[in-house]
Write a protein that binds this ligand. Sequence first.
Ligand code: ZN
Length: 331
Amino acid sequence: MFDIVKGHEHIKRFFKNAYKNNKLHTTYLFKGREGIGKRLFAKVVAAMILCENKGNSPCGFCKHCLKIKNMIENPDTDNPHLDLIEIKPMEGKNEITVDDIETILTTTNFPPYEGKARIFIIDNCHLMNKTSANMVLKTLEEPPENTYFFLITSKPDALLPTIVSRCQQVYFNPKGLEKYIDIPGFSREEIKALINSGSGYIQSQDDIEELKREREIALFILESIFNKSSFIEIEKEIQPQIEKNTREDNSRLFFIIYTFLRDILAVKSESENLINRDFKEKIEEISAKTSPDFIFELFEIIKKTQTGLYFNLKPIQLISLIITEGRRVKL
Ligand SMILES: [Zn+2]
């Protein structure tokens, strides 16, 4: 079943060996960029732990593997594996509260329901609020028998150091992922550039189209700092897309803006090595109008503004702020 996850071969080897030699830790922290396959990986490791046929890979056909496969394919299934529990913020909420982690507290005193172990996946674990983080920490300090925790985050810096120190850390990086992706009409180089532009994993023409749209918007936001378009025009252009984005999509949008800033600096220093090579002309146009100092200022402005995403400010307000602040500093 490990082939469900594309790439990350060394991490697969690491887990297969750890399992074969009975050296699995109880708590792992999976860190790395959004969309790179961390959560999927955790589910496959969960299948390995629960699988009836102990090998160094989940068999894929016992009742545990089949149930987990179904959970992977149908995230909203009403027949989930009862010992694989995913914890994430409630719909529309920006934090993981004590209510969300209640299952950890209530179930760990009892044996697993269906299998020989119980596995918790805490997705976006950096969103745990102080109380829930401390309660999880307590559990991690004295882990219940046959219980495993996979904490997943793209923002490890936002975690309590006491939690991080309890975890075995595993870093997922996008290097080499392009080898596993075949999309008609796109070269390996182009796919690699797209992955590096912040997409995480892409596997279809649709993903590429959507990513392209997001990159156009990121570029449009940067261009707006340098031209005189009105905020009504700007909003009209970007609102429809941003409106339907999830918070994760929007933080990806910010990441993509960073890659364009990085490319503008690259052009400034006459490097040919651009992440967004397909937008080269426009990047050169902006680059001609600006100085490296200003680009560094923009990095700072965007970084500061981005934290607003986590305080429920509307993305469109944050983007207006970036453009206003950028225009002001440029003067
Ligand atoms: Zn199995």
